[in-house]
Design a protein around this ligand. Structure first.
Ligand code: 4FV
Length: 244
């Protein structure tokens, strides 16, 4: 997968691009991630990339010329690229969207700044506006990093075979079960016995029940759309009615 990032602050991306899972995936050639400085495409004498808004009002708006030319550059020869713009007006990012984007071969991420970008840029180039939540940030760089993280880890080969994304929160529409590791007892708190039994069917049953419990308590809204078996529905009813 190739990801081009149009940004005024390419240096913001260096720390995450070389680190950990993303760094290894880039070394393996599974991911190509290119921060591109929008300012390099500005043609005016002072390489300005923003201007005052028509109609007046506070703040500045990112000008069309540098962005149009940056898009012509990254989209050249890549008609199937998908363009994402990060904005509070966008569809809120979730795991299902991340799975869809992980299937793409070329993504172009537009990071706005100031009050946002000239609408003609959005109308001409943007396939989808995406929000990471209902709050206002100073720029689209942090949302693009969140997007890159949750999408890249779903690209085959990035996480390696050891880690399954199937058991994760939201992968089946439910929150995850609790996790434990050594030591078996720490400050008087012990790991649930079933996890030490080696009885995989019982462990799986316990994990599903705890996943349903977590979802019922923390995000009951997810139960409406989760993939539930008849046994799951029975478990939920018992959890609701008792201290199980
Ligand atoms: C945002 C969000 C966000 C708005 C103006 C960038 C800023 C500035 N992006 N989810 N919430 N963007 O606040 O995605 O251009």
């Amino acid at each position: 997968m190739r990801i081009d990032i149009l940004t005024l602050f390419p240096e913001m991306f260096e720390p995450i691009l070389g680190a950990s899972i993303l760094g290894r995936a880039r070394e393996k050639g599974i991911l190509t991630i290119n921060p591109i400085n929008i300012r390099e495409f500005a043609k005016n004498k002072h390489r300005q990339t923003d201007d005052y808004p028509y109609g007046g009002g506070p703040g500045m708006v990112m000008s069309p010329q540098p962005l149009f030319d940056a898009f012509y550059h990254v989209l050249d020869g890549s008609p199937d690229a998908k363009v994402v713009y990060f904005s509070p007006q966008g569809k809120t990012l979730n795991q299902e969207m991340a799975k869809e984007y992980a299937r793409q071969s070329h993504l172009v991420l537009l990071c706005g700044h100031y009050e946002g970008v000239d609408q003609r840029v959005i109308d001409r180039f943007v396939d989808e506006e995406i929000s990471i939540g209902d709050y206002i940030l100073t720029g689209g760089e942090l949302p693009s990093m969140v997007f890159i993280d949750c999408v890249s880890r779903l690209v085959p080969g990035v996480l390696g075979s050891a880690i399954s994304v199937q058991d994760e929160s939201f992968s089946n529409g439910l929150l995850e079960y609790p996790h434990y590791t050594r030591p078996q007892t720490y400050e008087g708190m012990s790991v649930p016995e079933v996890l030490l039994s080696g009885h995989h069917e019982n462990i799986d049953r316990w994990r599903k029940k705890e996943s349903l419990r977590n979802t019922l308590i923390k995000r009951p809204d997810l139960l409406k759309s989760a993939e539930l078996t008849l046994e799951d529905i029975g478990t939920i009813e018992r959890l609701k009615g008792s201290e199980e």
